[in-house]
Design a protein around this ligand. Structure first.
Ligand code: NAP
Length: 247
């Protein structure tokens, strides 16, 4: 895949989908900044794997819900590399509960982790990418933001908001040559879905036309496409990667 840019920041890249995105993008020749919050050893392992394969990577700690910490990450990258070409807002959490039992604190925690953090990243990227009039951002959203899900009023609101916010950023930033897109994965095999009970997983699988959960690499390939030169005329798009579960 062809990339005119040189480097990428992937948030929450120490494990799961984020780690796979980091490895895939490094495989395409980008220098990858692996953001982690708590998993230093896991982040170091991702970096080591990338370097063993001949790629370039750096790790950087930050809680991306904290504006100062997120902006400091972007500043570190600019000080080091002179530019930031690409950003993947991947960090996210769930705090599932039926709405009647969900506290406002549980609601706000998920909005802050999944939506506000992406706002900080999208805004910070716009500032630095605007100067070069080049850049591409991919927000990792969710199928649940499109179709809703019982027990996930907080999560669905955060991801539905992320889809809408992506379109607004796309419209604001297009004149500066910066593209914003989102991906809405269905059910993907990671720690997040490992939490589901086996009978719940089996029920989901019965309803997925491709009859299985997706692999993190199948999300990562779609991210690479949306960042790359091959999608140069695509902005404000919400790309489904869900095995046909919601079409
Ligand atoms: P995961 O295995 O739980 O990993 C989440 C990652 O995000 C972890 O590295 C975590 O770091 C990081 N993170 C969370 N809050 C953070 C913060 N405030 N600052 C920095 N890093 C933070 O989840 P996943 O399944 O890979 O999900 C990745 C993304 O895909 C999420 O946005 C999720 O909503 C979305 N998604 C997942 C699925 C799925 O089926 N798995 C489906 C649709 C969408 P720590 O190690 O410090 O916790």
């Amino acid at each position: 895949m062809k990339f005119s840019g040189t480097n990428v920041l992937v948030t929450g890249a120490s494990r799961g989908i984020g780690a796979e995105i980091a490895k895939t993008l490094a495989g395409f020749g980008l220098k990858v900044w692996i953001n982690y919050r708590s998993g230093l050893e896991a982040a170091e392992a991702v970096k080591a794997e990338i370097e063993a394969a001949g790629g370039q990577a750096a790790i950087i700690k930050a809680d991306v819900t904290d504006e100062d910490q997120f902006n400091a990450v972007i500043k570190t990258i600019i000080d080091s590399d002179g530019e930031l070409s690409y950003l993947v807002n991947n960090a996210g959490i769930t705090r599932d509960k039926l709405a009647l039992r969900m506290s406002v604190e549980d609601f706000n925690a998920v909005i802050t982790a999944n939506l506000t953090s992406a706002f900080i990243g999208c805004k910070g990227a716009l500032k630095v990418m605007g100067k070069k009039r080049f850049g591409s951002i991919v927000n990792i959203s969710s199928i649940v933001g499109e179709m809703g899900n019982p027990g996930q009023t907080n999560y669905s609101a955060s991801k539905g908001g992320l889809n809408a916010m992506t379109k607004s950023f796309a419209k604001e930033a297009a004149a500066r040559g910066i593209r914003y897109n989102a991906i809405t994965p269905g059910f993907i095999q990671t720690d997040m879905t490992d939490e589901l009970k086996d009978e719940v997983k089996a029920e989901y699988e019965r309803n997925i036309p491709l009859s299985r959960f997706g692999k993190p690499s199948e999300v990562a390939e779609a991210v690479a496409f949306l960042l790359s030169d091959h999608s140069s005329y695509i902005t404000g798009e919400i790309l489904k990667v869900n095995g046909g579960l919601y079409v």
